[in-house]
Design a protein around this ligand. Structure first.
Ligand code: SAM
Ligand code: ZN
Length: 384
Protein backbone atom coordinates (compact mmCIF):
# COMPACT_ATOMS: atom_id res chain seq x y z
CA UNK A 1 0.00 0.00 0.00
CA UNK A 2 1.37 3.40 -0.94
CA UNK A 3 0.46 6.33 1.31
CA UNK A 4 -2.12 8.68 -0.12
CA UNK A 5 0.29 11.57 -0.41
CA UNK A 6 3.22 9.44 -1.62
CA UNK A 7 3.13 11.24 -4.93
CA UNK A 8 5.62 13.59 -3.29
CA UNK A 9 9.03 12.38 -4.24
CA UNK A 10 10.44 12.06 -0.73
CA UNK A 11 8.51 8.88 0.20
CA UNK A 12 10.64 5.74 0.11
CA UNK A 13 9.98 2.01 0.34
CA UNK A 14 11.94 -0.70 2.15
CA UNK A 15 10.31 -4.10 2.59
CA UNK A 16 6.59 -3.36 3.00
CA UNK A 17 7.22 -0.01 4.66
CA UNK A 18 6.58 3.35 3.00
CA UNK A 19 8.19 6.22 4.85
CA UNK A 20 10.00 9.54 4.71
CA UNK A 21 13.35 10.13 6.39
CA UNK A 22 13.19 13.93 6.84
CA UNK A 23 15.95 15.08 9.19
CA UNK A 24 16.34 11.66 10.83
CA UNK A 25 19.54 9.65 10.61
CA UNK A 26 18.82 6.94 8.04
CA UNK A 27 21.09 4.68 6.02
CA UNK A 28 19.75 2.68 3.08
CA UNK A 29 22.87 0.53 3.41
CA UNK A 30 21.58 -0.81 6.76
CA UNK A 31 18.61 -2.49 5.06
CA UNK A 32 20.05 -6.04 5.32
CA UNK A 33 20.45 -5.61 9.08
CA UNK A 34 16.77 -4.61 9.22
CA UNK A 35 15.77 -7.51 6.88
CA UNK A 36 17.49 -10.04 9.16
CA UNK A 37 15.83 -8.60 12.27
CA UNK A 38 12.40 -8.70 10.63
CA UNK A 39 12.90 -12.36 9.66
CA UNK A 40 13.99 -13.29 13.21
CA UNK A 41 11.05 -11.35 14.66
CA UNK A 42 8.65 -13.13 12.27
CA UNK A 43 10.10 -16.50 13.29
CA UNK A 44 9.69 -15.53 16.96
CA UNK A 45 6.08 -14.38 16.41
CA UNK A 46 5.25 -17.72 14.73
CA UNK A 47 6.69 -19.67 17.68
CA UNK A 48 5.42 -17.54 20.57
CA UNK A 49 2.13 -16.27 19.16
CA UNK A 50 2.90 -12.75 20.32
CA UNK A 51 5.35 -9.96 19.49
CA UNK A 52 5.60 -6.68 21.38
CA UNK A 53 8.55 -4.55 20.34
CA UNK A 54 10.46 -1.57 21.68
CA UNK A 55 12.54 0.24 19.09
CA UNK A 56 14.52 2.32 21.56
CA UNK A 57 16.29 4.63 19.06
CA UNK A 58 13.93 4.72 16.14
CA UNK A 59 15.15 7.61 13.97
CA UNK A 60 12.42 8.01 11.32
CA UNK A 61 10.48 4.94 12.54
CA UNK A 62 11.42 2.50 9.79
CA UNK A 63 11.88 -0.42 12.18
CA UNK A 64 8.52 -0.21 14.00
CA UNK A 65 6.89 0.02 10.59
CA UNK A 66 8.65 -3.09 9.34
CA UNK A 67 8.11 -5.07 12.57
CA UNK A 68 4.44 -4.12 12.42
CA UNK A 69 3.86 -4.73 8.72
CA UNK A 70 6.17 -7.68 8.01
CA UNK A 71 6.76 -9.51 11.32
CA UNK A 72 3.14 -9.22 12.48
CA UNK A 73 4.10 -7.33 15.64
CA UNK A 74 1.03 -6.88 17.82
CA UNK A 75 2.39 -3.66 19.28
CA UNK A 76 5.42 -1.46 18.55
CA UNK A 77 6.81 1.24 20.82
CA UNK A 78 8.84 3.74 18.84
CA UNK A 79 11.13 5.77 21.08
CA UNK A 80 13.42 8.51 19.83
CA UNK A 81 15.53 10.76 22.06
CA UNK A 82 15.24 13.63 19.62
CA UNK A 83 11.73 15.08 20.10
CA UNK A 84 12.12 17.22 16.95
CA UNK A 85 11.47 14.03 14.94
CA UNK A 86 7.99 13.49 16.45
CA UNK A 87 5.88 14.72 13.52
CA UNK A 88 7.98 12.72 11.05
CA UNK A 89 7.63 9.49 13.08
CA UNK A 90 3.92 10.15 13.68
CA UNK A 91 3.35 10.75 9.97
CA UNK A 92 5.22 7.57 8.98
CA UNK A 93 3.56 5.27 11.52
CA UNK A 94 0.04 6.65 11.17
CA UNK A 95 0.07 6.07 7.41
CA UNK A 96 0.40 2.31 7.76
CA UNK A 97 -0.43 1.19 11.31
CA UNK A 98 -3.69 1.55 13.27
CA UNK A 99 -3.33 3.89 16.25
CA UNK A 100 -3.85 1.06 18.79
CA UNK A 101 -0.80 -0.83 17.54
CA UNK A 102 1.90 1.73 18.25
CA UNK A 103 3.13 4.33 20.69
CA UNK A 104 5.69 7.13 20.18
CA UNK A 105 7.79 8.57 23.02
CA UNK A 106 10.88 10.76 23.35
CA UNK A 107 12.70 9.51 26.41
CA UNK A 108 16.27 8.57 27.01
CA UNK A 109 16.38 4.82 26.32
CA UNK A 110 17.66 4.05 29.83
CA UNK A 111 14.74 5.85 31.47
CA UNK A 112 12.33 3.96 29.21
CA UNK A 113 13.80 0.56 30.14
CA UNK A 114 13.67 1.32 33.88
CA UNK A 115 10.11 2.55 33.51
CA UNK A 116 9.15 -0.76 31.85
CA UNK A 117 10.76 -2.68 34.68
CA UNK A 118 9.01 -0.70 37.40
CA UNK A 119 5.66 -1.39 35.70
CA UNK A 120 6.66 -5.06 35.08
CA UNK A 121 5.96 -4.45 31.39
CA UNK A 122 8.37 -6.76 29.57
CA UNK A 123 8.91 -6.88 25.79
CA UNK A 124 9.52 -9.68 23.28
CA UNK A 125 12.03 -7.71 21.23
CA UNK A 126 14.12 -4.69 22.11
CA UNK A 127 16.03 -3.06 19.26
CA UNK A 128 18.87 -0.66 20.14
CA UNK A 129 20.38 0.99 17.07
CA UNK A 130 22.33 3.97 18.32
CA UNK A 131 25.74 5.45 17.60
CA UNK A 132 29.06 3.99 18.82
CA UNK A 133 28.82 1.28 21.45
CA UNK A 134 25.45 0.09 22.85
CA UNK A 135 27.02 -0.58 26.26
CA UNK A 136 25.47 2.49 27.98
CA UNK A 137 22.00 0.98 27.39
CA UNK A 138 22.91 -2.69 27.36
CA UNK A 139 22.48 -3.63 31.00
CA UNK A 140 19.32 -1.52 31.35
CA UNK A 141 17.71 -3.17 28.31
CA UNK A 142 18.00 -6.44 30.21
CA UNK A 143 15.56 -4.95 32.77
CA UNK A 144 12.87 -4.56 30.10
CA UNK A 145 13.21 -7.67 27.95
CA UNK A 146 11.03 -10.71 28.55
CA UNK A 147 12.72 -13.99 29.56
CA UNK A 148 12.83 -15.84 26.24
CA UNK A 149 12.72 -12.51 24.39
CA UNK A 150 15.20 -10.99 21.94
CA UNK A 151 17.69 -8.14 22.16
CA UNK A 152 19.02 -6.65 18.92
CA UNK A 153 22.17 -4.59 19.39
CA UNK A 154 24.22 -2.45 17.03
CA UNK A 155 27.74 -1.11 17.48
CA UNK A 156 29.67 1.22 15.21
CA UNK A 157 32.82 1.63 17.31
CA UNK A 158 35.31 -0.02 14.98
CA UNK A 159 38.26 1.87 16.46
CA UNK A 160 37.63 0.31 19.87
CA UNK A 161 37.14 -3.23 18.58
CA UNK A 162 40.01 -3.29 16.07
CA UNK A 163 42.92 -2.53 18.39
CA UNK A 164 43.16 1.19 17.60
CA UNK A 165 41.69 2.37 20.92
CA UNK A 166 42.39 -0.17 23.65
CA UNK A 167 41.30 2.18 26.45
CA UNK A 168 37.93 2.50 24.73
CA UNK A 169 37.56 -1.27 24.28
CA UNK A 170 38.23 -1.72 28.01
CA UNK A 171 35.70 0.98 28.80
CA UNK A 172 32.94 -0.39 26.57
CA UNK A 173 33.53 -4.14 26.63
CA UNK A 174 35.74 -4.81 29.66
CA UNK A 175 38.09 -6.39 27.13
CA UNK A 176 41.46 -5.61 25.58
CA UNK A 177 41.12 -5.61 21.78
CA UNK A 178 44.35 -6.03 19.79
CA UNK A 179 44.88 -5.60 16.07
CA UNK A 180 44.96 -8.64 13.74
CA UNK A 181 43.51 -9.64 10.33
CA UNK A 182 40.12 -10.77 11.74
CA UNK A 183 39.20 -7.66 13.76
CA UNK A 184 35.82 -7.35 12.04
CA UNK A 185 34.77 -10.67 13.52
CA UNK A 186 36.29 -9.55 16.82
CA UNK A 187 33.83 -6.62 16.90
CA UNK A 188 30.89 -9.06 16.85
CA UNK A 189 32.50 -11.29 19.46
CA UNK A 190 33.29 -8.45 21.86
CA UNK A 191 29.69 -7.27 21.63
CA UNK A 192 28.37 -10.81 22.24
CA UNK A 193 30.80 -11.23 25.13
CA UNK A 194 29.65 -7.96 26.72
CA UNK A 195 25.94 -8.79 26.55
CA UNK A 196 26.57 -12.31 27.83
CA UNK A 197 28.59 -11.02 30.79
CA UNK A 198 25.95 -8.40 31.63
CA UNK A 199 23.19 -11.02 31.36
CA UNK A 200 25.18 -13.45 33.52
CA UNK A 201 25.55 -10.75 36.18
CA UNK A 202 21.74 -10.86 36.46
CA UNK A 203 21.64 -14.67 36.50
CA UNK A 204 20.55 -14.79 32.85
CA UNK A 205 22.04 -16.09 29.64
CA UNK A 206 22.29 -14.32 26.26
CA UNK A 207 22.27 -16.89 23.45
CA UNK A 208 23.36 -15.77 19.96
CA UNK A 209 20.60 -15.92 17.34
CA UNK A 210 22.58 -14.25 14.56
CA UNK A 211 25.54 -11.90 14.18
CA UNK A 212 26.00 -9.67 11.17
CA UNK A 213 28.93 -7.47 10.16
CA UNK A 214 28.55 -5.10 7.23
CA UNK A 215 30.05 -1.74 6.33
CA UNK A 216 31.85 -1.20 9.65
CA UNK A 217 28.64 -1.92 11.60
CA UNK A 218 28.26 -4.86 14.01
CA UNK A 219 24.80 -6.23 14.73
CA UNK A 220 23.96 -9.09 17.09
CA UNK A 221 20.62 -10.55 18.04
CA UNK A 222 20.55 -12.61 21.24
CA UNK A 223 17.83 -14.45 23.11
CA UNK A 224 17.64 -13.92 26.87
CA UNK A 225 17.07 -17.15 28.79
CA UNK A 226 17.59 -18.64 32.23
CA UNK A 227 20.14 -21.17 30.93
CA UNK A 228 23.56 -21.20 32.53
CA UNK A 229 26.34 -19.18 30.97
CA UNK A 230 28.80 -21.15 28.81
CA UNK A 231 31.95 -19.72 30.40
CA UNK A 232 34.24 -22.16 28.58
CA UNK A 233 33.34 -20.31 25.35
CA UNK A 234 34.09 -16.89 26.91
CA UNK A 235 37.84 -16.46 26.58
CA UNK A 236 40.66 -15.03 24.54
CA UNK A 237 41.91 -14.96 20.95
CA UNK A 238 45.65 -14.99 20.30
CA UNK A 239 47.33 -13.99 17.02
CA UNK A 240 50.98 -14.41 16.13
CA UNK A 241 52.12 -11.49 13.99
CA UNK A 242 55.20 -13.51 13.05
CA UNK A 243 53.59 -16.59 11.43
CA UNK A 244 49.95 -15.51 11.14
CA UNK A 245 48.53 -18.32 13.30
CA UNK A 246 45.41 -17.73 15.43
CA UNK A 247 44.54 -19.75 18.53
CA UNK A 248 41.90 -19.56 21.24
CA UNK A 249 43.06 -19.29 24.84
CA UNK A 250 41.17 -20.32 27.97
CA UNK A 251 41.42 -18.22 31.15
CA UNK A 252 43.44 -20.95 32.92
CA UNK A 253 46.01 -20.99 30.09
CA UNK A 254 46.57 -17.23 30.01
CA UNK A 255 50.04 -17.38 31.54
CA UNK A 256 51.29 -20.04 29.12
CA UNK A 257 50.46 -18.82 25.61
CA UNK A 258 53.02 -19.77 22.98
CA UNK A 259 52.81 -19.92 19.23
CA UNK A 260 53.31 -23.06 17.17
CA UNK A 261 56.08 -21.33 15.19
CA UNK A 262 58.55 -20.66 18.03
CA UNK A 263 57.97 -20.47 21.77
CA UNK A 264 59.83 -17.18 21.96
CA UNK A 265 57.09 -15.35 20.04
CA UNK A 266 54.28 -14.39 22.39
CA UNK A 267 51.08 -13.85 20.43
CA UNK A 268 48.98 -10.70 20.81
CA UNK A 269 46.04 -11.60 23.03
CA UNK A 270 42.56 -10.03 22.74
CA UNK A 271 39.61 -10.52 25.04
CA UNK A 272 37.71 -11.73 26.84
CA UNK A 273 35.12 -12.26 24.13
CA UNK A 274 32.60 -14.87 22.97
CA UNK A 275 34.41 -17.70 21.14
CA UNK A 276 31.42 -19.95 20.42
CA UNK A 277 29.06 -19.96 17.41
CA UNK A 278 28.02 -16.57 16.02
CA UNK A 279 24.58 -17.88 15.05
CA UNK A 280 21.95 -20.43 16.02
CA UNK A 281 21.48 -23.04 13.27
CA UNK A 282 17.76 -23.59 13.97
CA UNK A 283 16.95 -19.89 13.89
CA UNK A 284 18.93 -19.31 10.70
CA UNK A 285 17.15 -22.23 9.04
CA UNK A 286 13.78 -20.77 10.11
CA UNK A 287 14.75 -17.32 8.84
CA UNK A 288 15.99 -18.78 5.55
CA UNK A 289 12.71 -20.70 5.07
CA UNK A 290 10.75 -17.48 5.66
CA UNK A 291 12.96 -15.59 3.20
CA UNK A 292 12.35 -18.27 0.55
CA UNK A 293 8.59 -18.24 1.23
CA UNK A 294 8.60 -14.45 0.76
CA UNK A 295 10.86 -14.59 -2.34
CA UNK A 296 13.47 -12.50 -0.52
CA UNK A 297 17.13 -12.90 -1.40
CA UNK A 298 19.09 -12.14 1.79
CA UNK A 299 22.66 -12.53 0.53
CA UNK A 300 24.57 -13.25 3.77
CA UNK A 301 22.22 -15.96 5.13
CA UNK A 302 23.86 -18.89 3.29
CA UNK A 303 27.36 -17.91 4.38
CA UNK A 304 26.17 -17.31 7.93
CA UNK A 305 24.82 -20.87 7.99
CA UNK A 306 28.04 -22.29 6.56
CA UNK A 307 30.32 -20.56 9.08
CA UNK A 308 28.48 -21.63 12.27
CA UNK A 309 30.84 -24.43 13.35
CA UNK A 310 34.10 -22.83 12.27
CA UNK A 311 36.73 -21.25 14.55
CA UNK A 312 36.30 -17.67 15.86
CA UNK A 313 38.55 -16.02 13.28
CA UNK A 314 39.27 -15.94 9.55
CA UNK A 315 42.28 -15.67 7.25
CA UNK A 316 42.12 -12.98 4.54
CA UNK A 317 43.19 -14.41 1.16
CA UNK A 318 45.54 -11.46 0.65
CA UNK A 319 47.28 -12.37 3.93
CA UNK A 320 47.74 -15.97 2.74
CA UNK A 321 49.05 -14.71 -0.61
CA UNK A 322 51.47 -12.27 1.05
CA UNK A 323 52.85 -14.87 3.43
CA UNK A 324 53.13 -17.54 0.68
CA UNK A 325 54.68 -14.97 -1.71
CA UNK A 326 52.09 -15.77 -4.41
CA UNK A 327 49.14 -13.95 -5.96
CA UNK A 328 45.91 -13.89 -3.95
CA UNK A 329 44.80 -17.57 -3.97
CA UNK A 330 41.37 -18.53 -5.39
CA UNK A 331 39.07 -19.14 -2.40
CA UNK A 332 37.02 -21.92 -4.02
CA UNK A 333 40.06 -24.07 -4.84
CA UNK A 334 41.62 -23.45 -1.42
CA UNK A 335 38.44 -24.36 0.46
CA UNK A 336 38.08 -27.54 -1.65
CA UNK A 337 41.69 -28.56 -0.97
CA UNK A 338 41.35 -27.92 2.76
CA UNK A 339 38.18 -30.04 2.90
CA UNK A 340 39.88 -32.84 0.95
CA UNK A 341 42.60 -32.83 3.61
CA UNK A 342 39.93 -33.34 6.28
CA UNK A 343 39.76 -29.78 7.62
CA UNK A 344 36.68 -27.63 8.08
CA UNK A 345 36.70 -24.72 5.63
CA UNK A 346 34.17 -22.15 4.44
CA UNK A 347 33.63 -18.60 3.25
CA UNK A 348 32.54 -16.06 5.85
CA UNK A 349 29.80 -13.43 5.52
CA UNK A 350 32.16 -10.98 7.27
CA UNK A 351 34.75 -10.70 4.50
CA UNK A 352 34.18 -11.99 0.97
CA UNK A 353 37.95 -12.10 0.45
CA UNK A 354 38.70 -14.43 3.37
CA UNK A 355 38.24 -18.03 4.48
CA UNK A 356 37.46 -19.69 7.78
CA UNK A 357 39.19 -22.96 8.56
CA UNK A 358 40.44 -25.06 11.45
CA UNK A 359 43.61 -25.84 9.44
CA UNK A 360 46.83 -24.21 10.67
CA UNK A 361 48.11 -21.22 8.69
CA UNK A 362 51.11 -23.36 7.60
CA UNK A 363 48.74 -25.83 5.88
CA UNK A 364 46.88 -22.97 4.16
CA UNK A 365 50.19 -21.65 2.83
CA UNK A 366 51.31 -25.08 1.53
CA UNK A 367 47.99 -25.69 -0.23
CA UNK A 368 47.85 -22.14 -1.63
CA UNK A 369 51.35 -22.58 -3.10
CA UNK A 370 50.33 -25.91 -4.67
CA UNK A 371 47.26 -24.29 -6.24
CA UNK A 372 49.39 -21.40 -7.52
CA UNK A 373 51.87 -23.88 -9.06
CA UNK A 374 48.99 -25.75 -10.78
CA UNK A 375 47.51 -22.51 -12.12
CA UNK A 376 50.84 -21.11 -13.36
CA UNK A 377 51.74 -23.83 -15.98
CA UNK A 378 48.13 -23.85 -17.24
CA UNK A 379 48.12 -20.07 -17.76
CA UNK A 380 51.59 -20.11 -19.42
CA UNK A 381 50.30 -22.81 -21.83
CA UNK A 382 47.29 -20.60 -22.64
CA UNK A 383 49.65 -17.71 -23.43
CA UNK A 384 51.95 -19.78 -25.72
C1 SAM B 1 21.36 5.29 14.11
S1 SAM B 1 19.98 6.32 14.45
C2 SAM B 1 18.61 5.23 14.32
C3 SAM B 1 18.35 4.69 12.94
C4 SAM B 1 17.15 3.81 12.81
N1 SAM B 1 17.13 2.75 13.84
C5 SAM B 1 17.12 3.19 11.43
O1 SAM B 1 17.19 1.95 11.28
O2 SAM B 1 17.03 3.95 10.47
C6 SAM B 1 20.10 6.54 16.18
C7 SAM B 1 18.98 7.38 16.79
O3 SAM B 1 19.02 7.18 18.21
C8 SAM B 1 18.72 8.39 18.86
N2 SAM B 1 19.34 8.24 20.19
C9 SAM B 1 20.67 8.22 20.48
N3 SAM B 1 20.86 7.99 21.80
C10 SAM B 1 19.63 7.82 22.35
C11 SAM B 1 19.17 7.52 23.67
N4 SAM B 1 20.04 7.33 24.66
N5 SAM B 1 17.86 7.39 23.87
C12 SAM B 1 16.98 7.56 22.85
N6 SAM B 1 17.34 7.86 21.58
C13 SAM B 1 18.66 7.98 21.32
C14 SAM B 1 19.32 9.46 17.98
O4 SAM B 1 18.64 10.69 18.14
C15 SAM B 1 19.13 8.87 16.58
O5 SAM B 1 17.96 9.34 15.95
ZN1 ZN C 1 53.74 -17.88 15.26
Amino acid sequence: MTPANSATADWQQEGNAHFRTGNAFFRTSSSTGRDLAVLAATFYRAQQGQLRVIDAMTGCGIRPLRYGLEAGADYVWANEGNGDLRSLIQSNLSHSLPANRYKITHQDANALFFDCHIRQDFYDLIDIDGFGSPTPTLSTALWAVKIGGLLYLTSTDGRATSGRATDKSLQSYGAYARSHPAVHEQGLRLLLGAVMQQAAAKGLCAEPIFSFYSGEVNRVMVRITRQSWQTQQYGFLAYCHDCGQFQTVAWKKLGRVECVCQPKFTPAISGPMWLGPLHDAGWLAGMQALAVARSLKIEPLARMQAEINLPPYFYPLAEIGRRAKIDIPPSKALIEQLRQQGFLASWTHINSQAIKTDAPMAVCLTLAKQIAAEIAPASSLEMS
